[in-house]
Design a protein around this ligand. Structure first.
Ligand SMILES: NC(=O)c1ccc[n+]([C@@H]2O[C@H](COP(=O)([O-])OP(=O)(O)OC[C@H]3O[C@@H](n4cnc5c(N)ncnc54)[C@H](O)[C@@H]3O)[C@@H](O)[C@H]2O)c1
Length: 254
């Protein structure tokens, strides 16, 4: 029997990269998944792939920065699967490296809107349901940069620091309600976002530069994030863990 058998999860940003890896692992373990992503077409394709592999997933076009979409996302999970157990707040926006003074107001606002307001809205929409049933599990994708700030990515880093603090504070706020909240802190990932961190183009030299800074010498794969999210979402494995920041980073933050 799968470790998430009978559970229903929402994975934001589940159409690509780390989110898709989390969707695949959760489906393998028996969860029903709502893939909530800005890219509705890619979310449909990912749901189709899960179905073809024998899993259960459906897709919804969601902009996490819009409150109404978050409300609709929880309603859709409940009406589609009859339950909602796990929220993975994973959708995010990368940043092209630049000096702080070169960051525009628009880029700053977009970073905070998607990376912080999005997670705030995801949680705000999920918590009333979790509180009413006396259980729930929230996994937030922060970043290794929240633990080890880097130059030329300071606004992105600030959003991830904010999200990590949000997850930790929320963990204590909800601890008495049977709701756990934990954060994943991935290092550089083998996902489409990596190109953004390379300045817009994914090159072998750029990848090598990232790899060279990793003690294990390996970029983080979507399935690595899937297995880490599974550990945090599986009460049998991690019922005494809340408010933790789990690095999934090939040793980068050591
Ligand atoms: N890739 C890395 O190196 C890396 C490292 C550390 C942390 N992260 C974090 O991991 C998470 C996933 O990143 P990824 O590498 O898989 O990126 P990705 O670009 O492959 O996937 C991100 C997904 O989020 C969706 N998305 C973006 N804005 C959205 C919005 N407003 N509403 C709903 N969906 C939206 C995109 O459509 C996309 O499907 C992000 O939070 C990112 O900040 C990534």
């Amino acid at each position: 029997m799968g470790r998430l058998q009978g559970k229903a999860a929402i994975v934001t940003g589940g159409a690509s990269g780390f989110g898709a890896g989390i969707v695949d692992v959760f489906a393998r373990e028996g969860a029903s998944i709502l893939i909530a992503d800005l890219n509705g077409g890619a979310a449909e394709a990912q749901a189709g792939a899960v179905g073809a592999a024998g899993g259960k997933a459906s897709a919804l076009a969601v902009d996490v920065t819009r409150w109404a979409d978050n409300d609709a996302m929880v309603a859709e999970c409940l009406s589609r699967f009859g339950r909602f157990d796990i929220l993975v707040a994973n959708a995010g926006l990368g940043q092209r490296p630049c000096a702080l003074e070169d960051m525009t107001d628009e880029a700053y606002d977009r970073q905070f809107d998607v990376n912080v307001r999005g997670v705030f809205y995801n949680c705000k929409a999920a918590i009333p349901h979790f509180r009413s049933r006396g259980s729930g599990n929230i996994v937030v994708t922060a970043s290794g940069i929240a633990l080890r700030p880097r130059p030329n990515l300071v606004v992105y880093g600030a959003t991830k620091g904010a999200v990590l603090n949000l997850a930790k504070g929320l963990a204590v706020e909800l601890a008495g309600e049977g709701i756990r909240v934990n954060a994943l802190c991935p290092g550089p990932g083998d996902t489409p976002m990596l190109a953004e961190f390379m300045g817009g183009t994914d090159t072998p030299e750029g990848r090598e530069a990232f790899r060279a800074n990793l003690p294990l010498g390996k970029l983080i794969r979507p399935e690595d994030m899937g297995e880490a999210a599974l550990f945090l979402a599986d009460d049998a494995a991690s019922s005494r863990l809340t408010g933790i920041a789990l690095p999934v980073d090939s040793g980068r933050t050591v």
